[in-house]
Write a protein that binds this ligand. Structure first.
Ligand SMILES: [Zn+2]
Ligand SMILES: [Zn+2]
Length: 498
């Protein structure tokens, strides 16, 4: 699409009746923003679809004439899909500024070789001639029945303290990091804060990187807040146009929002490498209202954030102990030699074989983490010599869900896994080992998460966690220290009994 500027207004070429020079939107220096006409009777359906969003024309089901009229009456704005800062293109929707993720294509809409963003292409192509449309009229009414938290559980002391800080941050529109150890019960810590937000008419968004988690959290939160609408947003979900007081969304879907939420809760901030995290931060900053609160949840903040906490530069609260008041199992380090070399001769390190045998003999279920899929495929037949029912899973495994279920139902004694099972899954009573803990994929945060799989239930709060390695890494040492520190803090605060 191309625009002309007529009487200090943007006018799409399709609605232009005179021969006037037209431009792709990104080539227009200053996009005119028009005064809002308070007497305009706007289309309520358009308001519902667009309020708090940043959408493409293709996302909207209204004729261009009607959209243009709302623009001229000051009820929506066109923004450049791609803008340029210091001679560098930046995608306005996803914040991408990496040249590798931009490309040119012959564009039928503007008739030029048009620059587009490859990074967010799965949300519909955004190019130099694409207007990104947002609502500037009166905000859509969000159905706010007086909420009532319907939850009978109780919080541990650690959870209660964190919950109070969450409420405070939400009330004061501040940022807070909740640093809760694996198995602390972080979701419950949010309930009262969300309730407080909803009670004061705030719109809340709970964002998490993974669709699985959205699907798991949605029924839980619907149960806890039975009187309000809860939108569940992920690729292909049907709640896309819902203006709900509480939205549970993948971080990806946040890219469609613009100044929508008074409170954003971001779960598992650390689950990604830093570059992805950066685009995540961008998506969040777009989706928040200018005055809003932000709650980050994690068991394993990255090094930078840990340092900021330590130096008082970031507001945070820890939940250093698990709900069941037992300490976190501390990893043991065991050198296992050049296991990759041995593997070429179909040999596994003897101490690993011993570790596995001991679990099989005593019928204790276990997980063995392996850094790479190809290594895992070589190891599986070797380990199966010990027990034929041992299985292996990785991210692309079509039977992943069945295998995890079989493990949960104790149909199989042991799973080999890549980092795919490092978080999100709970088996009540298992031991865990890492083979090749020195591999780069095992970051401090991955290792803390992996150790966090052990001893989660009150019935079996202990268990063994061993890092088999061919040379200790900083990540291993930092992970162990982090766990020791949390246990120490929990003891000091009286959150551990054992
Ligand atoms: Zn983009
Ligand atoms: Zn174009």
């Amino acid at each position: 699409m191309r625009f002309a500027i007529v009487h200090s207004k943007l006018l799409p070429d399709k609605l232009l009746h005179s021969s006037q020079k037209t431009y792709p939107i990104s080539s227009i220096d200053q996009i005119p923003v028009l005064q809002i006409n308070p007497n305009y009777s706007y289309n309520i359906e358009l308001q519902q679809q667009l309020s708090g969003k940043q959408l493409l024309l293709d996302d909207l089901t209204f004729p261009l004439e009607e959209i243009q009229e709302h623009y001229e009456q000051g009820h929506l704005i066109y923004r450049k899909g791609i803008h340029v800062e210091k001679n560098k293109p930046i995608c306005t929707r996803c914040g991408n500024q990496d040249n590798l993720f931009f490309a040119h294509y012959p564009c039928a809409r503007c008739g030029e070789k048009c620059l587009y963003c490859r990074k967010c292409i799965m949300m519909g192509r955004i190019s130099a001639c694409t207007p990104l449309i947002s609502w500037t009229g009166p905000a859509a009414q969000v159905e706010m029945n007086r909420t009532q938290l319907s939850w009978n559980g109780s919080l541990s002391y650690g959870q209660q303290a964190a919950s109070e800080r969450v409420i405070q941050a939400i009330n004061e529109n501040k940022e807070l990091l909740v640093w809760a150890v694996c198995g602390a019960g972080k979701t419950e810590v949010l309930f009262q804060g969300i309730d407080a937000a909803l009670a004061s008419g705030k719109r809340v968004c709970l964002a998490t990187p993974r669709t699985d988690v959205v699907l798991e959290l949605t029924p839980r939160l619907k149960n806890v807040f039975p009187h309000i609408q809860v939108a569940s947003l992920y690729g292909g979900s049907e709640d896309r146009h819902l203006n709900a007081p509480l939205s549970i969304t993948t971080t990806h879907q946040l890219l469609r929002f613009y100044r929508a939420f008074d409170t954003v809760i971001l779960d598992e901030v650390d689950a990604f490498p830093y570059s992805v995290e950066e685009s995540l931060q961008y998506a969040v900053s777009q989706a928040r209202k200018q005055s809003s609160s932000m709650i980050y949840l994690t068991a394993t903040p990255n090094e930078k954030w840990q340092a900021e906490c330590l130096h008082g530069k970031k507001d945070f609260v820890t939940i250093p102990a698990r709900y069941h008041r037992h300490p976190l199992p501390v990893p043991r380090f065991q050198w296992c030699g050049n296991w990759e070399k041995g593997l070429k001769k179909n040999r596994l390190p003897p101490n690993i074989l011993q570790w596995v045998k001991k679990r099989l003999d005593t019928s204790k279920q276990c997980l063995l983490f392996i850094p790479k899929i190809d290594k895992m495929e070589k190891i599986l037949p070797l380990i199966r010599l010990l027990h034929p029912k041992i299985e292996a899973v990785h991210a692309e495994d079509p039977h992943r869900k069945e295998k995890v279920l079989a493990m949960r139902n104790k149909k199989i004694p042991m799973l080999l896994t890549t980092t795919i099972l490092e978080r999100g899954v709970t088996f009540p009573n298992i031991d865990v080992a890492v083979l090749g803990a020195e591999d780069r994929i095992f970051t401090e945060s991955a290792l803390v998460q992996i150790a966090g799989r052990v001893g989660r239930s009150a019935q079996a709060p202990g268990g063994d966690i061993t890092f088999f390695h061919y040379g200790k890494t900083n990540a291993m040492i930092r992970a162990k220290n982090q766990i020791l520190k949390m246990n120490e803090e929990a003891r000091k605060k009286g959150l551990i009994d054992y």
